[in-house]
Design a protein around this ligand. Sequence first.
Ligand SMILES: Cc1ncc(COP(=O)(O)O)c(C=O)c1O
Length: 450
Amino acid sequence: MTMGATYDPIAEYKAKTKKSAEWFQTASQHLPGGVTGNVKFYPPYPVYLKKAKGSHVWDLDNNEYVDYMLCFGPLILGHGHPKVVEAVQKQLERDGTHIFGAPHELEARMAERLKRIFPFADAVRFTNSGLEATLHALRVCKGAKKKMRIAKFEGAYHGCYDEMLVSLAPSEGLAGPESAPNTVSGSLGTSQNIIQNVQVLPYNDIENTVRLLKAHKNDLAALIMEPVQRGFVVPDVEFLKVVRETTRELGIILVFDEVMSGFRMERMGGACTQYGVEPDMICLGKIIGGGFPAGAFMGKREYMDVVNPATRAKDDRVFHGGTFNGHPTVLAAGMATLDVLDDPKTYPYLNKVSDKLRNGFNDLFARTKYDAKAIGPGSTFNIVFTKGKISDYRDAAHCDAKLRQKLDFGMMARGLHFHPDKPFYTCTMHSDNDVDQTMKVAEEVLKKMK
Ligand SMILES: Cc1ncc(COP(=O)(O)O)c(C=O)c1O
């Protein structure tokens, strides 16, 4: 028997996180699964955090970690960035309130700034989350086209509501043929009407995507897609271009959901600006709120105008609302974050740190002879145990989950924080020391797994 067969990283994790285990019991009395969102749970129990600074976090047992979760992406400047904290404090002092509710200047200023970054868009509306951004964007598309069906790609996440949970992570037995995926409910409580209104497409598959779009062109209002699926499955650029041309030809609105990829590519902007493919609408979230709850949808005037209460009659417009939309504190934090990202030194540094980690993992996998790789663009990467190429959800679902789980818990027990089986996010506060520590820990665990 090899040492790897007896190595039990979950036992190491449990030995280090006793207070988290106890708090999990307490939290579970009040919160299903001890968490406030399903994704935040992982077995045996999640680490409960209590403090953060820069690129580091501390848990209830006072264990210190290098953080690669960064709140699932928004904290591209790390925890408690002084410029973001200062901007929020100043906004609260200056305005004398947390929120007006009434319109205020910062909304249009932020909208104008986002339009400069994504010049194809003429108008913006703010929301409180990425989920709301995609939901409202899709309602705008349906209202503009007066059609009720939406196409999405299998494996894509656009927020946790009925329509967009369809075929998020279908089990193998239900998923159907790769060339024409089944439409699979993503949650109990989803009606057949909703499911029927979603057309599922195979990501990165030009031929079958075009075929399905053409077959359903008469009833599709929009195609929504993450240009980089789940933040790490990169598109074939030709595929993106064909999707753009085909949707334009067929009169289907193309919506890029850049809630995750927005500002996490190699330079300012998103996947659309980096790959040079312009959608009709774009959804943003995460980073534009600087760590506060935020979202936005923006796009061409001909579509965005369907929400315009100044020009459209009540019975001829799309409803969009939200008490907290355009929250001044959120926009102040978002503006400060964009200021730092605009600094010409920021993206080169983020790229350097991210490449060092990606290359470090890849060298390490080669040296320790694992069929594994670190993949993903810009400041996001994921670790996949496979020999093959990852082109879509099905490829990712077929990776070796057991090896990944061992590496995850071994690394967490040695001071790295991230969500098991999910991508890693980097920030401007990650240092060379953080990277060196990460590589040292990963090497130790990979050797123990052998
Ligand atoms: C691509 C994408 N769209 C939408 C969402 C939903 O955003 P939120 O969690 O802010 O509702 C997410 C969240 O991870 C996402 O990654």
